[in-house]
Ligand binder design. Structure first.
Ligand SMILES: Nc1nc2c(ncn2[C@@H]2O[C@H](COP(=O)(O)OP(=O)(O)OP(=O)(O)O)[C@@H](O)[C@H]2O)c(=O)[nH]1
Length: 432
């Protein structure tokens, strides 16, 4: 039994095909050029409207001529040589080079040329389908220029899509983060910088961007090598033609040097130059925080006012510079007896206020007794005269005003002085 292959009926009768093909080629988006394949000069026998539009020639100006009329100085000799050898051998050709419009402007084109054979296999024509790549090439060139321009700045430039994933990072951003673009692209900034912002921050950021707000902020990232980098970031929403926010663009500036020097300056301003203790202004802020924390956590906060005894004598007998040295030795000795959470404020000339979070009265008293001995020992190595301290110590009572508590330990200090100096007086301030 003979089997017939399944066949789909042609959509149009075969006699209508030439008309349909002509219609299709005439209306094709791509340029189509047909040249004579038998004739050695390959004269143009057909050019569709797209070909005419691309070259700027009317069809009758092209017909009968060799397509070399479209070539010019920028036309690649190598590509044309390759084209000729393909045509001579009846092979398919694909290539790209410059041709010239009638008005002399060059355009970059890509073309495919196929031989057209008659039923006996003889080449009768060549059909060339051409596409103008100039717009694509100039878009590519512009995007290359933009990418190079973005790389020319030291600032980081980061583009994230609406899912918060990185789509572009310039060299500046690579330098700031210590990560390569290939490690960044397709990942959320959060995942790239574990020391950076978390997912909740990203969500809040996108809510603001979608509302059309730009965001400026100071962020601290951890670089690939573990070091910290402080950045000033300016994040702007990027909208498409329909005004939807599709991307965010961040300009990221490394301000680490400035942040560190500001921090060092602030540190310096917070500390007294001679003794290294907190200045009264910065110390009072630390103390206020400690009071708030003690109240919030219901933990004790011990306070002590320490004054150097008869310090005027030190200055008078040994001079002010020696007095300075002794004062700084006193501060070092006090420090050596305290925990890191305890702080010393230079309250007045040779008077210090100590505060000890989490320390009860017995602990504070014991600490101040250690301080008393440490000061005497430290200064014994410096001066032939014993340098001692007197102190009033207490623990801040529930609901007691700080000023009231300080006044109370000041009275204790006064009593210590009155009763012979070189001693510590303690009382439960709240109850005393
Ligand atoms: N060298 C030096 N002396 C200081 C400094 N600040 C304050 N003094 C001195 O400390 C002395 C304090 O003297 P007084 O207030 O009379 O008290 P005192 O002599 O310590 O006597 P009592 O406190 O009653 O034991 C003064 O002579 C101040 O000049 C400082 O930074 N350096």
């Amino acid at each position: 039994m003979r089997s017939c292959p399944p066949s789909t009926p042609p959509s149009r009768p075969p006699e209508m095909l030439p008309a349909l093909l002509l219609q299709a080629v005439e209306q094709a988006f791509n340029a189509v050029l047909v040249t004579d394949g038998a004739d050695n000069d390959h004269r143009i026998v057909y050019a569709n409207p797209a070909m005419c539009a691309m070259s700027g020639y009317a069809a009758h100006e092209l017909l009968g001529h060799n397509a070399r009329m479209l070539q010019g100085p920028q036309t690649s000799r190598e590509v044309i040589a390759e084209l000729r050898s393909c045509l001579a051998e009846g092979r398919f050709f694909k290539g790209s080079t410059f041709n010239y419009r009638k008005d002399g402007t060059p355009y970059l084109l890509e073309w495919n040329i196929s031989p057209v054979r008659d039923p006996s296999g003889r080449i009768t024509h060549f059909v060339s389908v051409q596409q103008n790549l100039s717009a694509l090439a100039s878009a590519q060139a512009s995007s290359d220029i933009f990418a190079r321009a973005l790389d020319a700045t030291d600032d980081g430039v980061l583009i994230c899509n609406h899912r918060g994933l990185i789509e572009f990072a310039n060299q500046g951003y690579e330098k700031i983060t210590g990560l390569r673009a290939s490690e960044l692209i397709g990942r959320p900034p959060v995942a790239s910088y574990p020391g950076g912002h978390d997912a909740a921050w990203q969500a809040a950021l996108w809510a603001r961007l979608r509302a059309g707000q730009a965001v400026r902020e100071l962020s601290t990232y951890r670089r690939a090598d573990g070091s910290e980098v402080h950045c000033e970031e300016s994040i702007t929403p990027l909208r498409n033609r329909e005004a939807q926010v599709t991307h965010s663009v961040s300009i990221v500036r490394d301000v680490t040097a400035r942040v560190l020097s500001d921090r060092a300056f602030r540190e310096q301003m917070q500390h007294d130059g001679l003794t290294g203790t907190l200045t009264r202004t910065s110390g009072e802020l630390h103390l206020a925080n400690a009071v708030a924390q003690a109240r919030a956590l219901a933990t004790p906060l011990a306070l002590a006012l320490v004054d150097v005894d008869r310090f005027k004598q030190v200055n008078d007998r040994f001079g002010h510079p020696a007095g300075d040295q002794a004062l700084s030795a006193v501060a070092r000795a006090l420090r050596s007896c305290l925990r890191t959470s305890d702080k010393i404020i230079r309250w007045g000339g040779e008077e210090f206020l100590l505060f000890m979070p989490g320390c009860d009265l017995a602990g504070a008293l014991a600490t101040l007794e250690r301080c008393r001995h440490a000061v005497r020992d430290a200064c014994a190595a410096l001066l032939p005269l014993p340098v001692t301290i007197s102190a009033g110590v207490g623990v801040l009572g529930d609901g007691q005003e700080l000023a009231q508590a300080i006044e109370r330990i000041d009275q204790l200090l006064y009593r210590a002085k009155q009763e012979g100096r070189d001693q510590v007086r303690a009382v439960d301030i709240g109850n005393g």
